[in-house]
Write a protein that binds this ligand. Structure first.
Ligand SMILES: Nc1nc2c(c(=O)[nH]1)N[C@H]1C(S)=C(S)[C@@H](COP(=O)(O)OP(=O)(O)OC[C@H]3O[C@@H](n4cnc5c(=O)[nH]c(N)nc54)[C@H](O)[C@@H]3O)O[C@H]1N2
Ligand SMILES: Nc1nc2c(c(=O)[nH]1)N[C@H]1C(S)=C(S)[C@@H](COP(=O)(O)OP(=O)(O)OC[C@H]3O[C@@H](n4cnc5c(=O)[nH]c(N)nc54)[C@H](O)[C@@H]3O)O[C@H]1N2
Ligand code: SF4
Ligand SMILES: [Mo]
Length: 717
């Protein structure tokens, strides 16, 4: 019997915790946090500690599968599968043009450090614009808002060392996710506690008293989808009480007076009544935020799934900027990113470059490319709509459209209509069950990776290159290899930032990663040679003075913002206390959330994690259950304008009355509902993508969904 311990990092989620894995006879048997790691310090979560069960579960797809005409899967050699897939792709491109072949990179595509880039390079090489990722059904509004606002080249304040942090619909203690300036995604609770001990004040804006709200200085339990109202009122208060950074505003902001005028109607009393909070709490939030010296407001998925996400994101940018929360000349950029080339960082604004309304158009809803990608909320229509440009084949890298995409029934129709669906998936997921091929992925411990996605998320210059610690399953492929295999078979090479990838010999992961990071501040080999995660202190970047007459201005009023703000100010629906959608009245708003023991639809399959629950409960306030005559644990039907689901209700005091808090990405294919108690249900049964969508991002209303609730007998599910 052999037993070894290896250092690596966990890729169950994007927190990339440094771990030690015990391997016995070639099988991982235990995971611990690596206490030596200078950033993670031994942190892990329940999901990461169950990594070994991913390798041992009989549910794992460990050989590549092909679906026969009868619908059954049989094992196929990976090379034969790739030959067949490549031939079909070539044929479709010849017959229907390159746009007929699409990629969707889901969350486990992101977890492989080369997948995204090689998929994109392949699409460029064949001229297919049908490239989609989960980002455009996640928080595209943040990227869109930033692109039309402009960027402070010195960066915004980091969390560590700040004296305030405002989180708008972000729950990093559970999600281990936070955008720049919020608690780092690794051991977020310890980080929060450490900074609060040093005096940081934390403000949380969330309809639920979340795990992070429980630890906050101040929690504003707002009504869902009212973030634009609340943020406008906070900004207005800051202007009215002269709490803003005049010096920064006068040099670097455009249209300050117009912003002042547009937020003027949002008094604390008006906003408090509309958001259903105390006006004093709103005032306290504005004062705490503006009177601090360092620290920013950040957003999470909550407001990004709700209507007017771009406006919310824009107002957060405005709030941070009027308070001058940027690294100024002479200050250190805490982490300039190690994998990118060096460049000077200056105390000036990089001009706004709106990342939309140029490039190829979608064939529906007058939408176009955003942040260089096609909007995922249009992918189903591009498959279903006949005619030129129709998508005939989809390669799905570690994603699960059936449970994650808006409009579940439409998604199922689309997946079934495809001539070719290839899923690279660890499980026979709801989507993979409909695939023509399920390719066994090379799992995280079997492959090299680097902390590429998180390179600029750390607030220190940290990086971790891990070698594979288990031998590769020869019948598997890494997500990026699919594209190299296609390139090799077609002879069309992939262009990467460091040059052309050979079609002759199979490159190693290290070679690929080197070609993705030419000119990195620290050579990849030096990072890899550490054998563990490390801080590269030598990488010190200080913000240089701005150049005379060179900087642009941050745009407080880009196109469309003034109209949207004026619209919000004139809305009256909230006065009646009634929620209507498509002419029908509703009683509740259903909001999104994350569950600690699973990562979207991943983890639901693993027995040790199933002990924490096998459904996505519909959490409701006990007051609401009382008035509806429903008991915790009952089955309920949740009915929205777009559709309905059956869920298991659970009483939760932390949820605001009138609100249902429910995680997405559960359940199975609609015809195969199964038992909701053992499989859950997708909240995307309540979402339609062609009615409530944002005109720029295409994102439909995926949180704050108007719904009615009724008790249903057990046999309905
Ligand atoms: N209503 C509503 N809808 C939402 C959201 C919401 O809040 N509300 N959130 C949105 C967001 S933020 C996102 S990111 C998307 C997520 O959308 P997706 O990324 O499409 O969904 P996931 O469930 O994360 O899919 C992950 C898939 O990867 C597979 N997998 C697990 N481990 C591995 C592995 O090691 N390798 C490979 N290749 N595959 C693996 C899993 O079996 C699963 O099928 O959903 C979005 N949809
Ligand atoms: N354990 C675990 N971790 C995960 C995931 C998971 O499924 N499980 N998913 C991963 C993914 S894909 C992502 S994108 C990140 C997301 O990370 P986060 O953005 O932190 O996601 P959530 O934990 O859902 O927090 C969103 C919060 O928004 C609140 N909210 C909902 N609607 C509104 C609204 O209209 N206004 C306001 N102000 N708040 C609102 C919800 O109550 C919730 O607390 O998490 C990632 N990490
Ligand atoms: S937070 Fe948990 S799942 Fe995510 S990387 Fe860390 S240990 Fe893994
Ligand atoms: Mo996400």
């Amino acid at each position: 019997m052999t037993k070894e311990t290896h250092k690596t990092f966990c890729r169950f989620c994007h927190a990339y915790c440094a771990i030690e894995v015990d391997v016995e006879d070639g099988r991982p048997i235990a995971v611990r946090g690596d206490t030596d790691d200078p950033v993670y310090g031994g942190y892990t979560c329940i999901k990461g500690r169950q990594l070994p069960s991913q390798y041992s579960t009989p549910k794992r797809v460990s050989k590549t599968l092909k679906r026969s005409a009868g619908g059954d899967f049989h094992v196929i050699d990976i090379n034969d599968a790739m030959d067949e897939i490549a031939a079909k792709v070539t044929h479709l491109i010849e017959q229907y043009g390159p746009r007929s072949v699409a990629t969707y990179v889901g969350s486990y595509g992101y977890q492989n450090s080369a997948a995204l880039h090689l998929a994109k390079a392949w699409h460029a090489s064949v001229g297919s614009t049908s490239y989609y990722t989960s980002v455009t059904i996640d928080q595209p509004a943040r990227r869109i808002a930033a692109s039309q606002f402009g960027t402070w080249d010195g960066g915004t304040h980091a969390f560590t060392g700040a004296d305030v942090c405002m989180m708008v619909g972000n729950n990093p203690v559970v999600s281990q996710y936070t955008p720049f300036g919020g608690p780092p995604p690794f051991s977020p609770y310890a980080r929060l506690r450490a900074e609060m001990k040093k005096g940081m004040k934390v403000i949380v804006i969330d309809p639920r008293k979340t795990e992070v709200a429980n630890r906050a200085t101040l929690h504003l339990q707002v009504n869902p989808a009212e973030d634009p109202t609340l943020l406008s009122a906070i900004i207005n208060f800051i202007f009215k009480h002269d709490l803003y950074d005049h010096e920064f505003c006068s040099h670097h902001l455009q249209d300050l007076e117009q912003l002042k005028q547009l937020v003027a109607p949002f008094t604390p009393e008006y906003a408090a009544a509309r958001c259903n909070i105390a006006a004093d709490d709103l005032i306290a939030a504005a004062q705490i935020f503006a009177e601090a010296n360092r620290g920013v407001a950040v957003t999470g998925t909550g407001p990004n799934m709700a209507p007017r996400a771009i406006l919310t994101e824009h107002l957060v940018l405005c709030l941070n900027s009027i308070c001058g929360r940027v690294n100024k000349s002479g200050e250190r950029v805490p982490n300039p990113g190690l994998l990118q080339p060096s460049r000077p960082r200056r105390a000036e604004v990089l001009e706004a470059q709106p990342a939309f309304h140029h490039g190829p158009k979608a064939r529906v809803r007058n939408l176009g490319q955003i942040i260089g990608e096609m909007p995922t909320a249009t992918l189903n229509d591009e498959i279903l709509l006949d005619g030129e440009g129709q998508i005939k084949a989809l390669i799905c890298l570690g994603g699960n459209p059936i449970v994650a995409f808006p409009d579940q029934d439409k998604t199922k129709k689309a997946m079934e209509k495809l001539d070719l669906l290839v899923c690279v998936d660890l499980y026979k997921s709801a989507t993979a069950k409909l695939a023509d091929y399920i390719i066994a992925p090379t799992l995280s411990l079997e492959r090299d990776d680097i902390t590429m996605l998180t390179d600029t998320w750390y607030d220190q210059p940290y990086s971790h290159y891990t070698r594979a610690i288990l031998p590769k399953n020869e019948q598997s492929r890494e997500e990026w290899e699919i594209y190299w295999e296609l390139s090799k078979r077609s002879g069309i090479p992939l262009e990467l930032p460091g040059g052309q990838l050979s079609v002759e010999h199979r490159p190693s992961k290290f070679e690929v990663l080197e070609m993705l990071t030419p000119g990195s501040k620290v050579p990849l080999k030096e990072i890899a040679d550490q054998g563990k995660g490390a801080i590269f202190e030598a990488v010190q970047v200080t913000v240089e003075p701005g150049r005379q007459d060179q900087g642009a201005l941050l745009q407080l009023m880009p196109a469309g913002i003034s109209e949207q703000l004026a619209d919000v100010a004139t809305e009256t629906y909230w006065q009646s206390g009634k929620i209507t959608d498509a002419g029908t009245e509703y009683t509740h708003l259903l909001i999104s959330r994350r569950l600690k023991h699973v990562f979207n639809s991943s983890g639901q399959q693993l027995e040790p994690l199933q002990k924490k629950g096998t459904t996505n409960p519909a959490y409701m306030n006990p007051e609401d259950l009382g008035s509806l005559g429903i008991q915790s644990g009952d089955l309920i039907e949740v009915q929205a304008a777009a559709g309905s689901l059956v869920g298991v209700v659970e009483s939760a005091k932390d949820v605001k009355p009138g609100v249902i808090s429910m995680a997405h990405a559960w359940g199975d294919i609609p015809d195969n509902f199964g038992d909701v108690r053992s499989k859950g249900a997708s909240t995307n049964r309540l979402v339609d993508d062609d009615r409530t969508f944002d005109k720029i991002s295409g994102m439909p209303r995926m949180s704050a969904i108007p719904v009615n609730v009724r008790h249903v007998p057990e046999e309905v599910a």
